[in-house]
Design a protein around this ligand. Structure first.
Ligand code: RNT
Ligand code: ZN
Length: 424
């Protein structure tokens, strides 16, 4: 044991006493934290380009990665290597979230209506070999059939049926992942459909989207293999005036059809937060998917940090005793910084926010509230910000065998100079 380890253990023990005074058991909190798996999004590793063709890149469709930091993954092997590097700097056992454009197509052009389980069997083997589970997303953007701005809600029946076929195949792939890896895969559906300027006919597009979804979900899969989530949005790039799949649309659809609403933290009006929506939706649906992201002005996909919004969302999940019911998946893409760094910042921030929530004296806060002692409730909430969370987190990292504190920066920097900088 090195001296640093002693310091971390001593700090943890003192921190434990501070939390104990408030009736919080740090050991129990760390046990609960270790049980939480977050889905790591593959698309941060290559700026949402995918590997369909050698020159694949993110093109129009409501989302955009900005920046040209060198070293992005150029193929599946590099992406896997990068994600494993990132995961080696993050405590816990996690999942990997894939998109249809990340299949292994063997250099052939495989269109979206042809994508199949065989293109993902390599991912399944890789996940199994590395103790990971997988989740899946259909890719309804960066494609000529999405160029009008409409996919599943297009007025063109041919366009709709192309994307319905795609969705069906991606759900099948999710079921394949879930059954092979013995852990339900979430298939999340997000389509970019909408328009830049005022539409004359919102109703028909929404009716068509609903019909397409009904057709897609008429095919049933076992819950043990896969579950469906649907993700709404307020606006996107090129869909500023109208998004067909708005929050209300998908909330209605999910509740009426037993699907998981997916709340993306960056997809609401700036003064709205997903935190407040969690306990509302959990009254009506058994499970939710949260896309952990960070909105900055018009961008909904900045790297996640320990913002107030993130902490509030994690507190809501813990306070509602809903860790089993809320699935967490990161969703952001920043092409302007070291991409492994981006992964690790977001994962560690989310875990730290969860830990802060797990270390909250929720029972005391509720008791104060029930006594109408709202001054004390507010004071205790604010004092919690200065509790030695970092000491508990460092100890967790020590136990998990991952770098403590800022030690991982050196590691990520070395990977950048030794591996990433060699990429053209
Ligand atoms: C887009 C949605 C969606 C995507 C990913 C790549 O606004 O948030 O979740 O970010 O599917
Ligand atoms: Zn999202």
């Amino acid at each position: 044991m090195c001296m640093m380890d002693n310091v971390v253990e001593a700090a943890y023990s003192l921190a434990g006493e501070r939390y104990h005074e408030l009736g919080v058991d740090t050991g129990a909190a760390l046990k609960r934290l270790a049980d939480i798996s977050i889905s790591l999004h593959c698309w941060q590793g290559d700026d949402v380009g995918g590997f369909e063709t050698p020159d694949a890149s993110l093109s129009c469709g409501g989302i955009q990665a900005t920046g040209n930091h060198p070293g992005k993954a150029r193929n599946v092997d590099e992406l896997r290597q990068d994600m494993l590097k990132a995961l080696s700097l993050i405590p816990g056992r996690h999942r990997v979230n894939l998109h249809a454009i990340y299949g292994e197509f063997g250099g052939r052009r495989v269109d979206r209506d042809q994508v199949d389980t065989e293109h993902f069997s390599g991912w399944v083997d890789w996940a199994a070999a590395n103790g990971l589970k997988l989740d899946m997303n259909g890719t309804f953007f960066s494609h000529p059939m999405a160029e009008t701005g409409y996919t599943l809600s297009s007025k063109d029946a041919g366009v709709r049926s192309f994307w319905i076929e795609h969705a069906g195949r991606c759900r099948q792939i999710a079921a394949f992942m879930g059954s092979k890896l013995g852990s339900t895969a979430i298939h999340n559906l997000w389509v970019p459909d909408g328009s830049k300027d005022l539409p004359a006919d919102r109703f028909s597009h929404r009716r068509l989207l609903k019909e397409s979804l009904d057709t897609i979900y008429a095919v049933r899969h076992s819950d043990n293999e896969m579950k469906d989530a649907v993700e709404g949005k307020l606006f996107g790039i090129g869909s500023e005036a109208f998004v067909v799949g708005s929050h209300e649309f998908y909330m209605g659809y999910a509740l009426a059809n037993g699907k998981l609403p997916c709340l993306d933290a960056g997809h609401f009006h700036p003064t709205e937060t997903v935190a407040d929506k969690i306990s509302a939706l959990l009254q009506f649906c058994p499970e939710l998917l949260v896309h952990v992201s960070r909105g900055v002005r018009w961008d909904s996909d900045h790297v996640v940090i320990q913002s107030d919004d993130l902490l509030a969302a994690m507190q809501e999940i813990v306070r509602a005793d809903a860790l089993e019911r809320v699935h967490l998946a990161l969703d952001y893409f920043d092409a302007s910084i070291n991409r492994i760094g981006a992964y690790v910042i977001g994962m560690r921030a989310t875990l730290k926010a969860l830990l802060a929530a797990l270390l909250e004296p929720t029972r005391q806060l509720t008791a104060l509230e029930e006594k109408n002692d709202n001054f004390a409730r507010l004071a205790l909430m604010d004092e919690m910000r200065n509790m030695p969370l970092g000491a508990v987190w460092d100890y967790y990292c020590l136990q998990a065998g991952v770098p403590i504190g800022t030690d991982w920066l050196e590691d990520a920097g070395r990977y950048e100079s030794e591996v990433l900088s060699g990429r053209g």
